[in-house]
Design a protein around this ligand. Structure first.
Ligand code: CP
Ligand code: NVA
Length: 310
């Protein structure tokens, strides 16, 4: 039975461990044999709302739905009535009568929660200030492909305690990874998501570490991850953050602490010479393009699960 049919995915707390793992399994199957899934969402339409920029999310969702036989309608919020303040409730109800799912990239998690509560169709979070669940599906697919497992993996994220950090905490603790987050003081992940991870860890056996020591954090890591220091919406703090975060750059000094066969991931876009040195992101441990490609497969799997009553 597909328990995910009709669900909204605002963050990874909506998924059980079984649902999360079965989505990754389906992503692997779709990647291996895309032809056998062609047409599975024939006649389905997804509306995609963007209030922040995107390359990967925009193109991988649109290409994915086309490959599955459906169609996408891309909405730039500035040119819709949402951009002029139409209530979220009205947008949710109206779109629910036209399309079969909504993907939204925006700032406010509260707004997306309201959209999902009012809509009668699945709403997928394509990145908010606090979460990026689709990226985690692709990242964990990549880790699974590279390392052959998820449970027991030591995942270390170094940088800003942002949407990616929160999503690694929730997703990693769900599947039994040891998750370490190292940030400068004052830039740690929100306490509520650390709490969610600790609760998950009681069941999965994960260990959760929050630290301000990047070298310690990198020790024995299977996977080293970073992200931009100033996320979309924080651009005005770019210069100030460059100074505060400089000892958190993932470079050889930190990477030598990790396991010899460590994997480097970054959701992209990246700034070489800021959060990561060019030799690491372009080096032999990096799987950034495989990770980006997996956005396509992982989101196809997610759309099949949410939109097809298999
Ligand atoms: N990683 C990611 O979400 O990329 P885009 O901002 O290009 O969608
Ligand atoms: N943390 C980054 C991720 C971009 C894909 C941001 O929110 O801008």
């Amino acid at each position: 039975m597909n328990t995910m049919y009709g669900k909204s995915i605002l963050n990874l707390t909506e998924l059980t461990k079984e649902e999360f793992l079965s989505t990754i399994e389906l992503a692997v199957a779709i990647k291996a044999n895309p032809e056998s899934y062609r047409g599975i969402l024939a006649g389905k339409i997804i509306a995609m709302i963007f209030e922040k920029n995107s390359t990967r999310t925009r193109v991988s969702f649109e290409a994915g739905i086309i490959q599955l036989g459906g169609q996408a309608i891309v909405l730039d919020s500035k040119s819709t009535q949402m951009g002029r303040g139409e209530p979220v409730k009205d947008t949710a109800n109206v779109l629910s009568s036209y399309v079969d799912a909504i993907m939204i990239r925006t700032y406010s998690d509260k707004m997306v929660a309201e959209l999902a509560a009012e809509a009668s169709i699945p709403v997928i979070n394509g990145l908010t200030d606090d979460h990026h669940p689709c990226q985690i599906l692709a990242d964990f697919q990549t880790i699974y492909e590279q390392k052959g497992k998820l449970e027991g993996i030591r995942l270390t994220y170094i940088g800003d305690g942002n949407n990616m950090a929160h999503s690694f905490l929730i997703g990693g603790s769900l599947v039994g990874m040891d998750v370490t987050i190292a940030t400068p003081k004052g830039y740690g992940p929100k306490a509520e998501f650390v709490e969610v991870a600790k609760k998950n860890a009681e069941i999965s056996g994960s260990k959760i570490h929050i630290t301000h020591d990047p070298e310690q954090a990198a020790k024995n890591a299977d996977v080293l991850i970073t992200d931009v220091w100033a996320s979309m919406g924080d651009e005005s703090e770019q210069k100030e953050r460059e100074e505060i975060f400089k000892t958190f750059q993932v470079n050889n000094r930190l990477a030598v602490q990790a396991k010899k066969d460590y994997l480097f991931l970054h959701c992209l876009p990246a700034h070489r010479g800021e959060e990561v040195s060019a030799d690491i992101i372009d080096g032999i441990h990096s799987a950034i393009y495989q990770e980006a490609e997996n956005r396509l497969h992982a989101q196809k799997a997610l759309m099949v699960k949410l939109m097809a009553n298999l």
